[in-house]
Structure formats: structure tokens, C-alpha cells
Design a protein around this ligand. Structure first.
Ligand SMILES: Cc1ncc(COP(=O)(O)O)c(C=O)c1O
Length: 399
């Protein structure tokens, strides 16, 4: 069946764009197993918090090397409930980055806590641990580093500052399923960690889904209680909770997809290697390959002094791109002018205008990868000859 755009003649005549993400191909790759899993749920008669959620929680915790996993309704809820579970209350400060999905900050504010921004490191594009001291105040209760694009944040120094100031670290792992630091999966460093299973994530459901992971049974018990009205037992609430349950269908789907996660992450990294080779002489800055870390390659994000021209150049060759993110949180209308730390984010400010996401999902065909490499290789950055910033990245950008 044709879609409406085709019917009314809107379909462009050039070849189909290579998409930045392809959740349909992801589903098609394991379609029969998914249908079996869905049928299993349909015939079980148990649609909320049943065997599938329990099994997925067990399997996801085991995959990560964590003790507990609690399935919730989304990655945003996961951040909010994890913060509450470690004791963050209204008016407590939570230090995080502005260079993230708005969800990280929305979750902090949803529980009445106050986000405070700290700048990012230009190489990892994640929270800069050296700047944490200046962001922390007597009201700070938690730090939320984000493993952005699948690159692990520098957890060791973040944890050390947190210990010094008696703060809890909650890792936002929404983009980093399977990423590692020194052989240990991200999600096992902080007191708790949060995951999103939004359909385009490395491990994606076919709707909204999320999880909190931790190794402290008391934290897990609190998230379990919060996610279902604060119930101690059916219909009796010990604490004020909410409804944020991972549903059986999504859990069953995630269990199927989890079996393929490592192999699909490896495919992402192989594609990224091809891109790095293609970029070598172009002056474009590839994501850093940081020793001791394994990147989940959720997104392959390059830095360019001519970001918009590069996007147009690739679009003309049938290659879609995206901006993650078009605007850091502190510049967005909902947040501008009211978040502490926003005036001291020179790296975030210099970087966001230069970043462009290139398709790097595991369902790209070899032909598509060749086409992308060919076009990347053909690009030449105007500022290649004038790198004097001292940073490997942010070439020519004013800090
Ligand atoms: C870094 C980060 N945190 C949190 C979230 C929120 O996840 P969800 O969309 O499942 O609520 C996302 C999702 O895009 C994200 O990228």
C-alpha cells in the first residue's frame, strides 16, 4: 500500500534516504521470535507486572552485572524514581549536564528537585569531573552523569567527588546499553542507574519502557514501591507513589531483543570504524576512542565547523542526518535563564553548533555504509589547516 505522500505526488524522485535510525528493520530482524513472545503474553492473561517483567528484570540485571533491575514506564520515569529512591527530595540540588536529552532535566524537576549544570569535557562530550567541585553546594544531594551517545562518562573521578561531598551518583544510561569502562558495564558504577528502551535505543521496545538498576536492595525496594502507588501490599500504600510500570508486552519484546544486543552493538562499532577511516583526511572530528572504554555507538556524532553545509551535502547524497541536540537545555525556552551553572558552559556552547549525527545503526547494509563512507571521504573541512585550539576536538571553535 502506498502512503499518502506518494499518492499526492510528494515523494522525492531521488533514492530513498538512508535513515539515522531504523526501528522497523530492528523489529524485522527478529520478527518471528517477537510474534511468539507477543502471543505468549496475549494468551497468558497476565498483562501487568507478570512473568515477563520479572524475567526481563532478572536478565537485564545479569547482563549488566547488577543485583537488581526494576522495570518502569520510561527512561524519564527511571531517572525520577531513582532519584527519589536514593532520598532526593523537593528543593535538593542535582548536578547534571546541559548537553543531554531534555528528559534528564525534566525528570529532576518532576520530583521538585533543582537541576544545576556543569560543563562537559570536549573529548568525551560527557560531564567534566574537574568542574564538579564548583557546581556542588550544601544543597546538592545527587550527581547525574549522562553517558551521551553511548560514550561512558569518566566515572572514577565523578564517584570520588561524590564520596567527598556525600552525594549519590545516578548514571543516566539511556544511550549506553552495553557500554563499558575497564570491562565493567555502565549502569554498575553509581548507586543506581537508569535506562530508556525507547524504540530507537540500542535496546528498544516497541513503545515506551525504562528501568532502574542498582545493587542496594533498599533502593530497589523503594523503586518497586514507587512504581506502583507506593503499595506495601495490594491497595495499601506505605508511601506516596505513582503508576510507572513496565508492561508485559514490552518486557517480552525486550527479552527477545536482548539476545541480539551484543552482536548489534558490535556491528555499530564496526560501522564506526569504517567511518573513522573515511574521516581521517577530511578534518571532521570523529567521536573519540577513549582508552579503557567500550562505546555503545548509539549515535555516531561528528564535529564540523560547517555542520549545516555538511548536513546538506549528505542530504543531497540521500543520507539523513540529525542534530543531537539542536539546543542545549539551558538555551531552551522552558529552562533558559533559570538554571544555576548555565552561564559557565563554554564547551557545551562551542560544541552544540558543530555536532552532526551520521546514520550508524546496525541495520545499515554494506552498500549504504560504502555510500556514507564515500561521501564522508569526499568532504573537506574548511578549517583543517588551522587547528590551534589545543583540544583534539573543537577545532577552530571559540571557547
Ligand atoms: C540521555 C537520556 N536520558 C533520558 C531519556 C528519557 O528516556 P524516555 O524517552 O524513555 O523517557 C532519554 C531518551 O531519549 C535520553 O536520551
Amino acid at each position: 500500500m502506498q502512503n499518502m505522500a506518494t499518492d499526492i505526488g510528494l515523494q522525492p524522485s531521488r533514492p530513498k534516504m538512508i535513515p539515522v535510525a531504523d526501528p522497523v528493520a530492528d523489529v524485522q530482524g527478529c520478527y518471528e521470535a517477537l510474534v511468539m513472545a507477543i502471543n505468549r503474553v496475549l494468551s497468558s492473561g497476565q498483562y501487568i507486572l507478570g512473568k515477563e517483567v520479572e524475567a526481563f528484570e532478572e536478565e537485564w540485571a545479569r547482563y549488566l552485572g547488577a543485583h537488581y533491575c526494576v522495570g518502569v514506564a520510561s527512561g524519564t520515569d527511571a531517572v525520577a524514581l531513582a532519584l527519589k529512591a536514593v532520598g532526593v527530595q523537593a528543593n535538593d540540588e542535582v548536578v547534571t549536564v546541559s548537553h543531554t536529552a531534555v528528559a534528564t532535566v525534566a525528570a529532576i524537576e518532576s520530583i521538585g528537585a533543582i537541576p544545576v549544570f556543569v560543563d562537559i569535557d570536549p573529548t568525551s562530550r560527557c560531564m567534566d569531573p574537574c568542574l564538579l567541585d564548583t557546581a556542588i553546594s550544601s544543597r546538592t544531594r545527587a550527581i547525574v552523569p549522562v553517558h551521551i551517545y553511548g560514550q561512558p562518562a569518566d566515572m572514577e573521578p565523578i564517584l570520588s567527588v561524590a564520596r567527598r561531598f556525600d552525594c549519590s551518583v545516578i548514571e543516566d544510561c539511556a544511550q549506553a546499553h552495553g557500554a563499558e569502562i575497564a570491562g565493567k558495564k555502565v549502569g554498575t558504577f553509581g548507586v543506581a542507574a537508569t535506562f530508556s528502551f525507547y524504540p530507537t535505543k540500542n535496546l528498544g521496545a516497541v513503545g515506551d519502557a525504562g528501568a532502574v538498576v542498582c545493587s542496594d536492595p533498599a533502593v530497589a525496594a523503594r523503586v518497586r514501591s514507587f512504581r506502583q502507588y507506593g503499595w506495601r501490599e495490594r491497595y495499601i500504600s506505605d508511601i506516596a507513589g505513582t503508576n510507572s510500570r513496565l508492561d508485559e508486552l514490552q518486557a517480552a519484546i525486550l527479552r527477545v531483543k536482548l539476545r541480539h544486543l551484543d552482536q548489534r552493538n558490535q556491528r555499530r562499532r564496526t560501522i564506526a570504524e569504517r567511518y573513522r577511516e573515511a574521516l581521517a583526511s577530511t578534518g571532521l572530528v570523529a567521536p573519540s576512542d577513549i582508552a579503557g572504554t567500550v562505546h555503545a555507538m548509539h549515535l555516531f556524532v561528528v564535529e564540523s565547523a560547517e555542520r549545516d553545509s555538511l548536513a546538506e551535502f549528505l542530504s543531497n547524497a540521500g543520507i539523513a542526518t540529525a542534530r543531537h541536540y539542536p539546543m542545549p537545555i539551558h538555551r531552551q525556552p522552558a529552562y533558559s535563564g533559570r538554571i544555576r551553572g548555565a552561564e559557565q558552559l563554554p564547551v557545551t556552547e562551542a560544541l552544540y553548533r558543530r555536532l552532526l549525527t551520521i546514520p550508524c545503526h546496525p541495520d545499515l547494509t554494506d552498500d549504504q555504509i560504502d555510500r556514507i563512507c564515500d561521501r564522508l571521504h569526499a568532504w573537506s573541512e574548511p578549517s583543517v589547516a588551522s587547528n590551534c585550539s589545543g583540544h583534539r576536538s573543537l577545532q577552530g571553535a571559540s571557547l
